[in-house]
Design a protein around this ligand. Structure first.
Ligand code: COA
Length: 383
């Protein structure tokens, strides 16, 4: 018998490099790169469709390539009727992330060559998913609120169309800018839990829809993308800046995590936070809701003083989406609608790596238990 106690368990896989990647780098010192480009440059100078193109083709598009790519994305935004029916049939009590997970799984049955994995077929499928995931989210919202479904408009950019399909009215220039930057900032982030889940599924050579379904299920958790929705419940619970100190102390005394704070990799502020903080401030100003923004700043200061941790991407993303009129339970679906770009890029990279991701474990259970036939078994024997 192998003495498996010689194995080393790295709890939570902290600092374990599970594979090589060229897609994005999360520098613990507070910088994020997509394909070598600093996120700060991308969010200021390129649109989110260019970012999706970059993730899928490893280069920024020319003007012509961008025009064609945008048209392709928008033309792929429609859903098969059966998927719309599947969304309609979801119980009203289900969470939008449950419906999204199910609808993506359903979508796979309407891709007749889902198992065909040439490079070209994979890219085409990735574009299909990048385009259809936001439509699933928007469709669910329209159905839940008894509003007419809206068709994409070729005059609008892809992120603008997402907001348009969701809210049924064109975005103003500030909102266009915000949704575009939001989607860039959420497009990829190294081997985060949902991306890793997608890569594990892809490593078995399963189809891309299965990989994305795994990723959606993983993003849903409150320690990952589910945090942004919880941030808003916390902000709703605290009425004034004066209450912040006692509220946070109470959470910490009860060993509860403050949602939207802390990060596995960054030892300093998450590089996406400053952009989202600025967007949240502008929107709170425009919507006459500066009290909310000031409350956030107070929370940030108190949590930093007490725990020396910083807000992560989810904290100000929550305030930003709230100001755009997105209901709380749709925050994580908005995250998924942006991260789908990174997930599909990673799935393709994993197919190219062609290795099964299958770790070992350290067995700490018992050996050599005496077998007792069922007729002679007593409850106590099974302890
Ligand atoms: N609230 C309170 N304390 C926190 C915290 C938070 N949000 N995040 C980390 N900490 C504390 C831990 O309690 C621990 O303190 P201790 O050393 O005194 O015990 C220390 O910081 C290290 O935290 P740890 O849980 O080991 O970090 P991790 O790398 O395992 O977890 C997260 C990272 C993201 C899961 C964690 O920060 C968290 O749960 N955050 C809230 C959920 C969230 O916002 N998720 C979105 C992530 S992008």
């Amino acid at each position: 018998m192998i003495n498996n106690h010689d194995r080393v368990v790295t709890r939570g896989l902290r600092d374990v490099a599970a594979a090589e990647t060229k897609i994005s780098f999360v520098d613990p010192m507070g910088t994020l790169y997509y394909l070598g480009y600093n996120i700060d440059d991308l969010v200021e100078h390129v649109c989110s469709e260019e970012v999706v193109y970059l993730l899928l083709y490893s280069k920024l598009p020319t003007k012509n390539e961008l025009g064609e790519f945008r048209a392709q994305l928008i033309s792929e935004m429609t859903l098969p009727e059966a998927v719309i029916e599947c969304i309609k049939s979801a119980p009203k009590s289900s969470h939008p992330m449950e419906v999204l997970r199910t609808a993506v799984s359903h979508l796979s049955m309407y891709d007749s060559d889902r198992d065909y994995k040439s490079e070209q077929a994979n890219k085409k499928r990735a574009i299909r998913l990048v385009a259809k995931v936001p439509t699933i989210v928007a469709t669910l919202h329209r159905i839940r609120t008894n509003q007419q479904l809206v068709a994409p408009n070729e005059e609008f950019s892809f992120p603008e169309n997402f907001l348009y399909l969701f809210r049924g009215k064109p975005a103003d220039s500030e909102e266009k800018n915000v949704i575009d930057r939001y989607m860039t900032l959420h497009a990829d982030h190294g081997f985060n839990a949902s991306t890793f889940a997608a890569r594990v599924t892809a490593s078995t050579n399963a189809d891309m829809y299965s990989a994305v379904t795994s990723a959606i299920g993983t993003l849903k958790g409150p320690l990952h993308g589910g945090a942004s929705e919880k941030v808003m419940y916390m902000l709703d619970d605290i009425n004034t800046e004066e209450e912040v100190e006692a509220y946070i102390q109470g959470m910490l005394d009860n060993k509860r995590k403050i949602m939207g704070f802390g990060h596995r990799i960054y030892q300093t502020e998450d590089p996406r936070t400053k952009h989202l903080r600025e967007m949240a401030e502008n929107l709170c100003c425009l919507t006459d809701n500066l009290n909310l923004y000031n409350l956030c700043i107070r929370i940030e200061n108190v949590v930093h003083e007490k725990k020396n941790i910083f807000p992560n991407v989810d904290f100000y993303a929550a305030v930003t989406l709230n100001a755009l009129g997105v209901p709380f339970e749709f925050f994580t679906p908005f995250f998924a609608s942006s991260r789908i770009a990174g997930w599909t890029a990673h799935v393709i990279e994993q197919y190219e790596d062609a290795v099964l991701l299958r770790p070992s474990s350290m067995y700490v259970g018992r050996y050599g238990r005496p077998f007792v036939p069922i007729e002679k078994r007593k409850a106590a024997d099974n302890l």
